[in-house]
Design a binder for this molecule. Structure first.
Ligand SMILES: [Ca+2]
Ligand SMILES: [Ca+2]
Length: 107
């Protein structure tokens, strides 16, 4: 595991977890095709696992993950270091996040 972030993925007031995986972890149910970001959505009594479209790419390596509502739409987004780049994955309310790489000129 390369990192994790606490965030309210679905805006229900319960904190969920985003885990950043670069290898398969069968004992928590992360299958190899799911390697990337998996969301563990709090149900109050446990977690529901959500496989996202954020996938590990062997051309760069994930270097960390943070959470914050970057675009102010009320849905918490994920910010991931990919190699030397910073990438925002905007939360769209489903399992698919919209990727936007932040160029050096943007900061
Ligand atoms: Ca939640
Ligand atoms: Ca947002």
């Amino acid at each position: 595991m390369r990192g994790s972030a606490v965030f309210d993925y679905d805006g229900d007031g319960r904190q969920d977890l985003a885990i950043l995986l670069t290898t398969c972890v069968p004992n928590i149910g992360v299958l190899c095709p799911s390697v990337g970001v998996t969301v563990l959505q709090s149900t109050g009594a446990g977690f529901a696992r959500i496989t996202t479209n954020i996938k590990y790419n062997t051309t760069y390596s994930f270097r960390g993950i943070r959470a914050g509502d970057i675009n102010g739409d009320g849905l918490t987004d994920l910010i991931i270091g990919e190699g030397n780049a910073l990438v925002v994955y905007f939360n769209t309310g489903g399992s698919d996040f919209t990727r936007k790489q932040i160029a050096a000129d943007d900061v």
